[in-house]
Unconditional design. Structure first.
Length: 282
């Protein structure tokens, strides 16, 4: 359950997200440095989408990767559901490649389920692979029943990832989706692993248990949240930040090892699910 580049290199256990990046020209330089710092720190998997800023995030990524060996990077983008059929997907993919200034994507994801049948999307993904425009394909925001339906489609078993929201305060995927993916060796990419913003994020960072564990390790709450996800086999978190200092902090979380006692304390504060829950979006 690993991502591997064309030349066989594995990205670090933590990737970089780009949601909301690239949208403010005044922050472009700062965000560029953040992504560059991440690459230098071994966070060579970068996730983006045609939806993010109407392509602005892809353009930001494109400006960054020109300074690096392309085959050392693992680039992920996503196609809108309404573009995921024969009519639009090929132009969508080429437009993403143009904005990112690259010849191929390592992974191309269906952003969420829409009206295009899975069978048609899978056939299109296979054609993109034959054309050399993408190396692998996957999905995002698909729950267990959706995944079962996808895998039953001819060629659906080649799905290389499912990207969903997952963090310590939103553990619903642990009930059935994560075990389902683990059994089939399909990686889960965890977006918003530090929670998006607002009250929930503050509640996570200010939680007494999280604070105590942070203090014990000389770490930050964000690093504890990322370290928690890294204890789950097959999960790769993709935190997003526009600041290089926070990028380094995220990368350093890979070295943090939580004890069994600490994990039990986190379970007590943020109990794992005991029943099926819908996929979360915050």
């Amino acid at each position: 359950m690993e991502f591997v580049t064309v030349n066989g290199k594995r990205p670090g256990p933590i990737g970089q997200g780009t949601w909301y990046l690239g949208e403010d020209p005044a922050s472009f330089g700062q965000e560029r440095k953040a992504l560059q710092e991440g690459i230098e720190q071994g966070m060579t998997l970068i996730d983006t989408a045609e939806m993010y800023g109407d392509g602005a995030a892809e353009e930001l990524v494109g400006s960054v990767i020109q300074h690096y060996d392309r085959e050392s990077l693992y680039l992920v983008s996503k196609v809108y559901p309404f573009n995921a059929g024969r009519k639009n997907i090929f132009n969508s993919c080429r437009n993403s490649l143009r904005r990112m200034r690259t010849d191929y994507l390592d992974l191309y994801l269906l952003h969420w389920r829409g009206g295009v049948p899975f069978a048609e999307t899978v056939e299109c993904m296979q054609e993109l692979q034959r054309q050399g425009l993408i190396r692998a394909w996957g999905v995002s925001n698909l729950d267990t029943e959706d995944m079962q339906e996808l895998l039953a489609v001819p060629g659906g078993g080649a799905c290389a990832a499912d990207q969903v929201l997952y963090h310590l305060g939103s553990r619903g995927v642990e009930y059935d989706l994560l075990p389902f993916l683990q059994q089939r060796e399909i990686p889960m990419m965890a977006y918003c692993p530090l929670a998006q913003a607002g009250r929930l994020r503050r509640g996570l960072f200010a939680n007494d248990t999280v604070q105590d564990i942070s203090f014990a390790h000389g770490a930050t709450p964000a690093q504890v949240l990322l370290a928690f996800l890294l204890t789950k086999p097959g999960v790769l978190p993709i935190p997003r930040t526009g600041r290089a200092l926070h990028t380094v902090e995220n990368a350093d979380a890979a070295a943090l090892r939580l004890t069994a006692e600490e994990l039990a304390a986190l379970d007590a504060s943020f109990p794992p699910p005991t029943r099926k829950l819908p996929l979360d979006i915050q």
